[in-house]
Ligand binder design. Structure first.
Ligand SMILES: [Mn+2]
Length: 343
């Protein structure tokens, strides 16, 4: 059975990345489980109740797409998002669009354009860019002003390609901010910075570009994820969303959604319900290395159950009460009301 969010506008099914079901590698140790081949992960995702799956280009290259589409169809799955990897290949060790080397910047653009083609072939509504290696570990290693201009140039070039080739059929292009990891300091570190970058793109291309905020990435930066999501909504730029959980400002943990700050996650559900947000509620979580191969999808089922529970509770929250608490300036009482709704 596929998970579904009752009363949701647009896509009601849930999304997840094939990379969520990795072999348990971390920076300090090798795999703890046998690596499941990418296309063999599709039945596992389907069995865990996921409807929309996401791929990096290195996980599903162009030449495998027709085969993958067949497997997706067999399992009632759809592709929700596709993303070029600008981080895994050592050629991008010092960035892709912001590399000092024009040949590497050209390679990044080629990869991005191929990813647009792949996104179209998979029928996914959105393609995401994550700033993987765009940033610096040492000051003066890059000229920041020049790097920013290269990002503008790079995104403009991808947008022009998508618009010229696909016109109104072009997938929407979302940028996913993250403050650090793998680089010490990353460009496009938060939602505000991404919105600023979009405002600097060619005005004709700006409608193509939006944001993919992620719970853990906002919290790593010490920012409030709900405000980040609201900022995207206000700008009409919430193109996609990556849900998970995070213990304060540490390394990226990709914990199950709803685990660390359920009250804030409940408030997020209220905001998305009231905005009638039509996008795919998607998990970017990581099966921990301590979970066995048989339990590899626990991270997805736990996230989905938490989300469905919070979603249902959010519908029951009395919006008139929220308005009254606001107008009477009873914010602590409002927090108490939310807690009563949650627990
Ligand atoms: Mn993500």
């Amino acid at each position: 059975m596929k998970h579904s969010l009752p009363g949701k506008a647009g896509a009601r099914g849930l999304g997840a990345g094939v990379w969520n079901l990795g072999p348990g590698r971390d920076p300090f140790g090798g795999p703890t489980r046998t690596e499941v081949p990418i296309l063999h992960r599709l039945p596992l995702l389907a069995k865990a109740g996921i409807e929309y799956v996401e791929f990096h280009d290195v996980e599903l290259p162009l030449h495998q797409i027709s085969h993958a589409r067949e497997i997706l169809r067999q399992h009632g799955l759809r592709c929700g998002m596709y993303t070029p990897s600008f981080f895994a290949d050592p050629v991008f060790q010092d960035g892709a669009m912001t590399s000092h080397d024009p040949k590497i910047r050209k390679l990044a653009l080629d990869h991005a354009c191929q990813a647009v083609d792949a996104t179209v072939q998979l029928g996914a509504p959105v393609m995401v860019f994550w700033n993987g290696r765009e940033g610096f570990d040492f000051v003066l290693a890059k000229n920041g002003q020049e790097s920013f201009r290269r990002l503008v140039e790079g995104f403009n070039a991808v947008g022009r390609y998508a618009l010229r080739k696909y016109g109104r059929r072009s997938p929407r292009l979302a940028i996913e901010p993250k403050p650090n990891e793998p680089r010490a300091n990353m460009y496009l570190s938060n939602v505000g910075e991404v919105l600023y970058l979009i405002s600097r793109l060619d005005p004709l291309l700006q409608p193509l570009f939006g944001v993919n905020p992620e719970t853990a990435h906002s919290r790593m930066a010490g920012l409030d994820f709900l405000w980040d999501a609201e900022m995207c909504l206000e700008a009409k730029k919430l193109f996609h969303i990556h849900l998970n959980a995070q213990d304060t400002t540490r390394y990226d943990q990709d914990l199950p959604f709803g685990y660390a700050e359920p009250l804030k996650d409940l408030a997020l559900c209220v905001v998305l319900q009231d905005a009638k947000w039509p996008g795919i509620m998607s998990f970017d979580v990581k099966a921990p290395r301590t979970d066995s191969a048989q339990d590899i999808t626990d991270i997805l089922t736990t996230s989905a159950e938490n989300l469905k529970r919070l979603w249902a509770k959010a519908w029951k929250i009395d919006r008139r009460k929220i308005i009254r608490y606001r107008s009477e300036r009873k914010f602590t009482a409002l927090a108490g009301y939310l807690a009563r709704c949650l627990y």
